[in-house]
Design a protein around this ligand. Structure first.
Ligand SMILES: NC(=O)c1ccc[n+]([C@@H]2O[C@H](COP(=O)([O-])OP(=O)(O)OC[C@H]3O[C@@H](n4cnc5c(N)ncnc54)[C@H](OP(=O)(O)O)[C@@H]3O)[C@@H](O)[C@H]2O)c1
Length: 237
């Protein structure tokens, strides 16, 4: 049984579908994308697995706890948590408001902590539990146009390593760090520049990220505290 946060759209949706195709039952959270969540739930069921959509704002401890408990109770157990829900925006450093800073940290760092903390007892009970955080190339590279996002993802990357030690040996904790991921051919100027600088000469897809998550969710479990960077080599330059 897997819980994917922010599963209704984009990367989260691809992750949920990939895990279902691997035969895993999937619970997922969403916050505002009701119609997309309903559609995904139906698609997951059509793949022959059990599925459950839960509306939750994961910045709040009570909501994170309730989402984890609902999935574990309804689907019977919890083996894997994928902390995918996230927030992204650009802003010049001096223009980042208190509210933007707080929302960025709350969504990208506090929420994965809250979900993981709530999930730990269930993951321990399942045996060989796994937590997978979705970080970003922004955790590795210092982009001046979104310092608050980079800081939140770098925090999550280090939390990955600290949690790997704190939760061993029962639970492994790893991360996937996507580079530029495109959802259409319509790229902004900045995205085109990133794509052109990418050694593999293309933007990534949600399926590229989902494949890496699927590997970490199902691979031989002698792997913890690591980050799979899915960026076509962008972070190398
Ligand atoms: N796209 C990229 O190029 C890229 C690159 C590097 C890293 N990443 C990371 O990969 C992950 C997925 O990326 P994405 O572009 O698919 O993400 P996204 O669309 O920006 O966000 C994923 C989902 O997070 C949910 N969410 C936002 N705030 C929430 C909150 N407070 N509580 C609960 N859920 C919340 C939203 O759910 P609702 O829609 O239901 O509101 C949203 O659909 C993110 O962690 C992102 O930072 C993405």
């Amino acid at each position: 049984m897997v819980l994917v946060t922010g599963g209704a759209r984009r990367i989260g949706r691809a992750v949920a579908l990939d895990l279902a195709r691997r035969g895993l039952n999937v619970g997922f959270t969403y916050r505002t994308s009701d119609a997309e969540a309903l559609r995904l739930e139906q698609e997951l069921l059509a793949l022959g697995v059990r599925a459950m959509a839960i509306r939750a704002d994961l910045r709040h401890a009570s909501a994170a706890q309730a989402a984890v408990e609902a999935v574990a109770a309804t689907l019977g157990r919890l083996d894997v948590v994928v902390n995918n829900a996230g927030r992204y925006e650009t802003a010049a450093f001096e223009d980042i408001s208190d509210g933007q800073w707080d929302a960025m940290l709350a969504t990208n760092l506090t929420a994965p902590f809250l979900v993981s903390r709530a999930a730990v007892p269930h993951l321990r009970k399942a045996g060989q539990g796994r937590i997978i955080h979705i970080t970003s190339i922004g955790a590795l590279r210092a982009f001046p146009t979104h310092a608050h996002y980079c800081a939140s993802k770098a925090g999550l990357a280090h939390l990955t390593r600290a949690m790997a030690r704190a939760l061993a040996p029962e639970i492994s904790v790893n991360a996937v760090a996507p580079g530029l991921i495109a959802f259409s051919d319509d790229l902004s100027d900045w995205e085109q520049k990133m794509r052109d600088r990418t050694p593999l000469q293309r933007a990534g897809t949600a399926a590229d990220v989902a494949e890496a998550v699927g590997f970490l969710a199902t691979c031989n479990p002698f792997l913890t505290g690591q980050t799979l960077v899915v960026d076509g080599g962008l972070s190398l330059i």
